[in-house]
Design a protein around this ligand. Structure first.
Ligand SMILES: C[S@@+](CC[C@H](N)C(=O)[O-])C[C@H]1O[C@@H](n2cnc3c(N)ncnc32)[C@H](O)[C@@H]1O
Length: 217
């Protein structure tokens, strides 16, 4: 694995860990997401409802879980296990506390990273990836790993903030930019190349919300 990328990942994890109990929800969830994504928070909750319906009683993965701000609502509605995964130890600790405070006993939070998920192939009946892909280095690898652990016939529900700088650049350059600077097109291409079939793609300001199905082979 690329050393530079590992350093970036560690720095991102430390920053989010620090923010978990301090500024994350008041500044990022309550302020930045509505500013950049309009009614993104309501749409993320709607994706959670669709993921729960899609999963049935099968396990549901939420990666990255963050403080579990959106996850506890999905966990409360789900009849099966909900796994919240995140690279930042502070976020995992905060997510566990959020589950306990909300009285949901089916939410398990684990510290792990997007590119090496410790789950077998086809483990999950639905995956939520809420506001996640823009901060995870290596879009294609992260999406491929999510597709690997998704069961055939199940869906991935992703939301991501992107500033479409890449749209004005040749695609050879655009592909190399951090995901937050990519366009909606790059997200669509990454999901399609991972073998997922797009069910819906919608935009709200700088947010792109995608539902993608893993076809049954
Ligand atoms: C913008 S937050 C979104 C969290 C949550 N889904 C939400 O909407 O509130 C991004 C999260 O991605 C996590 N993250 C960043 N890089 C990661 C990686 N390589 N693997 C797993 N999680 C990562 C961060 O720790 C942070 O909790």
């Amino acid at each position: 694995m690329n050393r530079g990328r590992e350093v970036i990942k560690r720095s991102i994890a430390n920053l989010y860990s620090w923010s978990a109990d301090r500024v994350y929800e008041p500044l990022v969830v309550q302020r930045a997401f509505p500013l950049l994504g309009g009614n993104l928070n309501e749409l993320a909750l709607e994706q959670g409802r669709r993921a729960v319906a899609n999963a049935g009683t099968r396990p549901l993965l939420d990666m990255p879980v963050g403080t579990a701000f959106f996850t506890v609502t999905a966990a409360a509605a789900h009849d099966g296990l909900v796994v919240g995964a995140d690279i930042a130890a502070g976020m995992v600790k905060r997510a566990k506390r959020a589950g306990a405070e909300a009285g949901v006993d089916n939410l398990v939070a684990v510290q792990t990273e997007a590119h090496r998920l410790p789950f077998a192939d086809h483990s999950f009946g639905a995956i939520l990836c809420t506001n996640g892909l823009q901060v995870i280095p290596g879009l294609e690898e992260a999406v491929a790993e999510l597709a690997r652990v998704l069961a055939p016939g199940a869906s991935l529900y992703s939301s991501a903030i992107t500033m479409p700088v890449a749209a004005a650049l040749p695609s050879s350059v655009g592909r190399k930019l951090p995901t937050v600077l990519k366009s909606r097109r790059e997200l669509v291409v990454a999901l399609t190349e991972a073998g997922l079939a797009l069910r819906s793609v919608r935009s709200q300001r700088f947010a792109t919300l995608i539902e993608a199905l893993k076809p049954v082979a």
